[in-house]
Structure formats: C-alpha cells, structure tokens
Design a protein around this ligand. Structure first.
Ligand code: EPZ
Length: 420
C-alpha cells in the first residue's frame, strides 16, 4: 500500500490539463452494452474505478480493449447478466450495469452495493424506476434480481429525500431507451454527466429530449448501434486543482475544461476574494490576499457539488473567519474533519453542518484517507501546512485523480509516494 507525501509551503503556479470525467465514463461504458456493435469511448482517464468497470464488463461477457485513453466495447450475444459481489463491493457505481442489462436482455442480477464512508447509498430510486418500466424486482442473498419479459414506457418520479439522483436517472434512462413507448422521468438529475450519458445514447440511436432539465422524455426504439464518443472533462478534478491554486495563494489555470460546469464553485471562490478568469476551455484562479470565509450548502446540480465540499472545507481551514458548510446530499460526508483537525484545523460538527474557524496555519501530520474526495482535501491541506504531511491509504485518491503527483509537481508542489 502506498502513502502520499506532501511538503507544504509552495505557491502553485502554472497550467494543468484536466482528464476525462470519471462519473461520465462509468455509466457511458455500461451503456455501450446496449449497442449492437462496437462502441469506442474516448478521453477516458486511467483510474482504478475505470479498470474496475472494464473488469466488470468483461465478466459480463463483453469484449473490452483499452488503448491509452480510448476504450472499445463489443457486447457479444453471450452476455451473462450477473455482476458479482467481489467487483460491485469495490465500486458501488457498478450498479449502473443494471439498466443496460435489463434493457438489452430483460434480466439482471447485481450484488447490492454496500454503503460507504460517505453514507448508506441506497438504490431504492433505481429499483422504483425499473419496476415502473415493468420489471419484477427481488432481493435475495444480497443480490438484486430484475426480470422483465418486455419493458414498457412509463411516467416515473425519481426525486428522493435528498433530491434527484445521478445514477438512478442514468440507470432508468438506459433501461427505457429500448422499452416500448414513451418514458417520462420527472425530477431527473441535471448533472453534466447525465447529459453526457444521454448524448452518447442519442449517438447510438436513442430518442431522448430534455436531458439537463428535470424532465427527460424518452421514446423507446427497437435497437441501438455502437458509437464513437468523447466524454466531457472532469469538473470535480478541475475544481480540485482550482482550490489547490487558491489554498496556496497561487496562480493556476485548468485547461481542457467546460467552464460553465463549475459556476457554483466560482461563485464561492470569488466570495473568498479569489480572482477567476474564464477562457473558452480554460479557467484561471489567482489569489493575492488572505481568503475571506464563506458559507455553503451542497445541492443537486447546478447547486454546489457535494464532491467539492471536502475540498472547499480544506480551503476554509485557513480563511480569516468562520465558515458554515452544510451537506444536504450526504449528511455524514465529514470523514475528512477529524483528519483536518489533526493538522491543526478548528472544525466542529453540528448535525449535517461543519463550523470551520480559520486558523493562521496548519501543521503537517500523518493522516488517513477515507474516501475519494476526503483524500483530495487532505492533499490540499498538506500543500499549505507547515512541514510534511503523510497521507495513508492513498488508493482512495487513485480512484478519481489521474497522475496526481505529476500534475501537482508540474504546478510546483513537492509531492511524492512512498511504500507504507
Ligand atoms: C453520483 O453518485 C456520483 N458518483 C457521486 O460521486 C456523487 O457524489 C453523487 O452522484 C452526487 O452528486 C458517480 O456518478 C459514479 P445520487 P450517485 O444517487 O448517483 C440518495 C465521487 O466522489 N439516493 O445522486 O450514487 C443518496 O443516498 C462520487 O465521484 C437515494 O436515497 O448519487 C444521496 O443522498 C461519490 N436513493 C442522494 O440521493 C437512491 O436510489 C444523491 O445521490 C439513490 C440515491
């Protein structure tokens, strides 16, 4: 197991290329199962979660090859609709093979995803959608089994107690594109990754309208063809590097991005006093004076993304005042708090809110990564802490950040890996 070392104190300057969006690739790779021929997905980052999805597609019987950043998927007629526990338990996003298997084969058996450190992660909305389309759902021995002789379009309300659901919207869309008749998904998720998935399905021949809004309309078709598709860039990776520029009072430009995907983040960063400059596919951040505190609440897109909450909290640990950060998507998503406090931060939790009192400086320490975005927050804190920070269990970071030490080093950070 590796650990990630950060030597604090360097201002980050320069440009960083942002990779393809992990949370677009995962459902899009699964959606390729619906095509009658080969699909080629481009701009795919080299991440653990992508390798897990490739393994899963191969275990289902698809022929999958990877060639630096492109993934080719050929569904065969020998698809086996079973996603085993050993793979699903390492990546809950594996549930997004349910929709395509149900859509193409009329059956699927997928291990129920466990919870994870950020919350229970139920899939009740996914199952509600499949049942509305005519599938029979049973839960046996930790597996969800879905069966449908044929799927029929339906009107489905997909809002849950935390608002819309990204992967439930994607899963139901993937099951509905081959159903007979029209499907309406109400309170659909509007995230750019959902729009990306819908655009890929349309490229395959699906009939979808309204993606990006809360009402998605799908006309079922008989079959879909394979397609070539380039996924969008990763707005969460881009946001993480912008925060890295801010926390070190530096000057960082993220390249190869879609600027409008992070408007909620820019709004908060500008409130801290950072200067944001948007280009056609670049965004630059400059920080020249102490950061002001900000309050934020995470919400479904276009609200402030929960996947950038930990990173913003790391930024606020050295702001000049008190910030209140409220988590409305995953109320327990605060595993980074005790670790940041070990570095001298002053954060206390009150229900689903964290009260962050800015301190003059953080000090480097041994800290434990717990989930993908919490580990990113610990790296950000390490960049500005006095001395050395050792981040243990850094495999969490590798799930969502491609070539993180190369990208940070190119910006002037002193970071490296060591064997535990
Ligand atoms: C996606 O997860 C992302 N993962 C998550 O990113 C992200 O945090 C999340 O969306 C919210 O934006 C991928 O796309 C692979 P949800 P997803 O369904 O779709 C509740 C990362 O760091 N809910 O939108 O699983 C759920 O518990 C990961 O890259 C139900 O109640 O999230 C949560 O409170 C972490 N029932 C809320 O809805 C359901 O059936 C939003 O979850 C489904 C979800």
């Amino acid at each position: 197991m590796d650990k990630f070392i950060v030597q604090g104190g360097k201002r980050l300057r320069g440009e960083v290329e942002i990779s393809g969006a992990k949370n677009s690739c995962l459902p899009i790779l699964a959606a390729a199962l619906l095509g009658e021929g080969e699909s080629v997905i481009e701009n795919v980052p080299n991440l653990r979660d992508i390798s897990t999805m490739v393994k899963l597609l191969r275990s289902l019987g698809a022929r999958v090859t990877q060639n630096n950043g492109s993934v080719s998927i050929r569904p065969t007629n020998a698809l086996v609709p079973l996603a085993p526990y050993k793979l699903v338990s390492t990546m809950r996003a594996s549930v997004c093979v349910l929709g395509p298997l149900l859509g193409r084969l009329g059956e699927a058996e997928v291990s129920l995803p466990g919870g994870c450190v950020i919350g229970a992660r139920p899939i009740d909305l996914h199952l509600k959608g499949f049942e509305a389309l005519g599938a029979k759902i049973t839960i046996e021995h930790g597996y969800v089994k879905a069966k449908a002789a044929s799927l029929r379009g339906s009107e489905i309300y997909l809002g849950g107690s935390f608002g819309s659901s990204v992967l439930a919207t994607g899963n139901v869309m993937m099951a509905a594109v081959l159903a007979k008749g029209e499907t309406l998904i109400e309170n659909a998720a509007c995230e750019p990754e959902v729009v990306d998935l819908a655009n890929f399905l349309v490229r395959m021949g699906a009939k979808i309208e309204g993606h990006g809004s809360h009402l998605i309309r799908i006309q079922g078709v008989k079959k879909l063809r394979g397609a070539r598709y380039q996924v969008i860039s990763d707005r969460i990776e881009a946001g993480t590097y912008l925060v890295a520029g801010a926390v070190t009072h530096g000057d960082v430009t993220v390249k190869n991005v879609t600027p409008e995907h992070n408007n909620a983040l820019y709004d908060k960063l500008m409130q801290t006093g950072a200067v944001i400059t948007k280009g056609k596919n670049t965004v630059r951040i400059q920080v020249k004076k102490p950061l002001k505190p900000v309050d934020l609440t995470t919400l479904p897109y276009p609200g402030f993304p929960t996947d950038l909450q930990a990173q913003l909290m790391a930024l606020m640990t050295t702001a000049s005042g008190i910030s209140v950060i409220t988590e409305k998507i995953y109320p327990d998503r605060f595993m980074h708090v005790p670790e940041l406090n070990r570095m001298g931060a002053r954060i206390f939790l009150e229900g689903s809110s964290a009260i962050v009192t800015g301190v003059k400086k953080l000090s480097g320490a041994h800290v434990m990564a717990s989930d993908l975005r919490a580990s990113a927050a610990l790296v950000l804190a390490g960049l500005v802490a006095e001395g050395r920070t050792d981040i243990h269990r850094v495999y969490h970071l590798d799930r969502g950040y491609e070539q993180v030490e190369e990208k940070l080093s190119r910006l002037g950070a002193t970071v490296w890996r060591e064997k535990e």
